[in-house]
Structures are given as C-alpha cells and as structure tokens.
Unconditional design. Sequence first.
Length: 110
Amino acid sequence: MKGTNLGEFEELVLLTIATLVNEAYSVAICDELEKHTGRVTKLGVVHAVLNRMEEKGLVKSELGEATRARGGKRKRYYTVTNAGKAALVKSKEIRDQLWQKIPQFVIKWT
C-alpha cells in the first residue's frame, strides 16, 4: 500500500464516504461535500481523489446495478477499507493532540 497520510480534501472525501454508508457514489459525495463545506466541488476532482485513494487501498469500489433512470448505466459505489479507517483515526488523533496543545484558544467574532 502506498502512503497513508491524508491531504485535507482526501480526508473530507473519506469522511463523506463513511457517512453515506451504502450510498457513496461520486455525485452523492460531491453533493454532501458541498452541503457541509460550502465549497463547490467538481466531479472530476472527486473522481481523481477516489481513484488515488483506491490505489492507496483506502477505499474500494464496486459497480451497482444498471437502472433505467440512468439509461442503463451503473453507479460506482465506494466504501472505506480498514486501511482507510485507520488513516482517518490517525488523522483525528493528530488533530485532537494539536487542538489540546493550544493554550486558552478562544475565538472572538468581530
């Protein structure tokens, strides 16, 4: 398996796949990312990240059934692998450790 360090966008995509459970396909992932981050997410970018994470062994994919609504095309569904789960846990632990080290961190809204 290639490197397991996650970039910010990879982490967001991986978290989104985990939250969508059995409905994690590229368009749903884009929609969910936009909903939660407020960022416009391009489908091509998400596809590139999904392919890269699959090469790293962080996600796996399989094709769903063909449907009439999609003109006979099949959706590719993604799930988080054990390696992906471990990468997410590691990322969360690092972030939590860093947050705990900030002395008296207070956000002042102006």
